[in-house]
Design a protein around this ligand. Structure first.
Ligand code: NAP
Length: 303
């Protein structure tokens, strides 16, 4: 039974995982926590979460275990490592991977869980650091309907839009579709700001106009102001976005699908990484585009 009294395990307390796990604590859940860098779990431990030394120790004490780590290789380590989740998995436990990773990896986790009489769903999210803090995430779920229905009260503590897309891996496919939109949006926002600035417009006024019209989008609302302040701190890491675009391009290739827009943006982000900004936020795309035109945007807030 998945309710607020269930003991929750949580692995990965970074930019997204820490506030998401915090919402479960706020709802009164008992929470066991593990993450690679202990200090990143400290605020949750102060609020009553209990520290475990490994994913295995977490799952041995939990009914439902959430993972929110970085890359597919982190997922391999957390699930298949020596002291990993699968080593301690028992029948009846539910695994929920909220990391953005490959659909095929979600299917592998599902099969490994079923082999032990346990359940697994993939539940990647969209909405960024702000959505994680405000519990307004869009959560894209793949897996068995019965399991997803059972998890709904917990997912609703973290997000506003929770949609079940189909069997294992379907949540990850939905998230990759989301990232394809974001890729196109990011290049549009950067090029728009560079164009407006070079044409002599006041960028604060420009944002006021275009955020209220057909171009309205979250990247304009949240990331354009960060670009104008030259604040490139993450938010959403460039290295994570490149990981997502690579998975999407690989999946598209498997489906004989040409996605030239996505491929272009992935190449531009290669330049961002080459310039040393892989651990910055995705708004750092601006830096690569500035370099191409040998220009630089600065905050023009004059009001
Ligand atoms: P993050 O800040 O790097 O958090 C990931 C956390 O997982 C880190 O604290 C990391 O430890 C921990 N971790 C990694 N490998 C581990 C392991 N083997 N064992 C235990 N802990 C491990 O990243 P994030 O921004 O929260 O993103 C997490 C995932 O959500 C990524 O897949 C990302 O693509 C996706 N996502 C991010 C956003 C966003 O806006 N940030 C939005 C939607 C989806 P360390 O602290 O030691 O590195």
């Amino acid at each position: 039974m998945t309710n607020i009294g269930t003991t929750i395990g949580w692995i990965g307390t970074g930019i997204m995982g820490a506030p998401m796990c915090g919402h479960l604590l706020a709802r009164g859940c008992k929470v066991r926590v593990h993450t690679r860098t202990l200090t990143k779990a400290a605020p949750l431990l102060d609020r009553g979460a209990v520290w475990d030394v490994s994913p295995r120790q977490v799952i041995e004490q939990s009914d439902v275990v959430f993972t929110m780590v970085g890359f597919p290789q982190d997922i391999r380590q957390v699930y298949w490592g020596e002291a990993g989740l699968l080593a301690g998995l028992r029948a009846g436990v539910t695994l929920v991977d909220m990391t953005t990773t490959a659909p095929s990896l979600a299917q592998e986790i599902y099969a490994a869980a079923r082999a032990k009489g346990a359940q697994a769903v993939d539940a990647p999210v969209s909405g960024g650091d702000v959505g994680a803090q405000q519990a307004t995430l869009s959560i894209m779920v793949g897996g068995d309907k019965e399991t997803v229905d059972r998890l709904r009260p917990l997912l609703e503590a973290m997000g506003k839009t929770i949609v079940h897309h189909g069997g294992p891996g379907a949540g990850q496919h939905a998230k990759l579709s989301n990232q394809i939109v974001i890729a196109g949006t990011m290049i549009g926002v950067c090029e728009s700001l560079l164009y407006g600035f070079t044409a002599g417009l006041d960028l604060s006024r420009l944002l006021q106009s275009i955020s209220g019209g057909a171009a309205a989008c979250r990247a304009l609302d949240v990331l354009a102001p960060r670009m104008m302040q030259r604040d490139f701190s993450p938010g959403f890491l460039v290295d994570h976005f490149v990981k997502d675009m690579e998975i999407a391009l690989e999946e598209a290739g498997r489906m004989n699908l040409a996605l030239p827009g996505l491929a272009l943006v992935r190449q531009l982000y290669a330049a961002v990484q080459a310039q040393g900004h892989g651990r910055d936020g995705t708004q750092a795309l601006l830096l690569a585009l500035e370099t191409l035109s040998n220009t630089k945007l600065y905050s023009t807030s004059k009001e």
